[in-house]
Design a protein around this ligand. Structure first.
Ligand code: GNR
Ligand code: NI
Length: 176
């Protein structure tokens, strides 16, 4: 098991559109194990391969039923080549991202999604999700398309946040 480094905005790799996985081999299974360990260590509810510098369409999620009482492993899933087949409704939620440190902002997304993917054994699966699970799925699928949650904000809000991050990074530089 290996903990992976999580890339931080504005790392240009986060804009990469990841490639489809053509065969699920030991390399993919090792990546899933390492991403899972990295997600838990970072206390995230999801993680996309793009965030650890790998341009493959792989995501892991463990979205708690109750955010106050997290049960590690209860809802753990790895999805390979996930696709949104249908989406409906609308929900606004204050999102954060392990690749965008220190920023939280309301994002509007579909409240219900239908997903198709391969599981880690290579079985085709289809399921529906709602609420935080649906939000996290859309957030992770965005990552493998090279999209961050801040890209989903109004241009005004996005520019404000980008300036704030730039300032924080400059302050960090000066402190070195
Ligand atoms: O841990 C995470 N929490 C979260 C909260 C609201 C909306 C999305 C997320 S995903 C995030 C982990 C992460 O950055 N995954 O890419
Ligand atoms: Ni994220």
């Amino acid at each position: 098991m290996t903990l992976l480094g999580i890339l931080k905005y504005p790392d240009p790799f986060l804009k990469t559109k990841a490639k489809k996985v053509e065969s699920i081999d030991d390399g993919i299974r090792a990546l899933i194990r390492d991403m899972t360990e990295t997600m838990y260590q970072a206390r995230g509810i999801g993680l996309a391969a793009t965030q650890v510098g790998v341009d493959k369409r792989v995501v892991v999620l463990d979205v708690p039923d109750d955010e106050e009482r997290r049960e590690r492993g209860k809802n753990l899933m790895a999805l390979i080549n996930p696709e949104i087949l249908e989406s409906s409704g609308s929900i606004k939620y204050e999102e954060g991202c392990l690749s965008v440190q220190g920023i939280n902002a309301d994002v509007e997304r579909a409240s219900n999604v239908k997903i198709r993917a391969l599981d880690r054994e290579g079985n085709a699966i289809e399921f529906e999700a709602e609420g935080l699970f649906a939000i996290a799925l859309q957030h992770e699928i965005d990552h493998i398309d090279g999209i961050l949650f801040i890209d989903r904000l109004s241009p005004l809000k996005r520019d404000m946040i980008k300036r704030k991050i730039k300032k924080a990074l400059e302050a960090e530089e000066r402190a070195l």
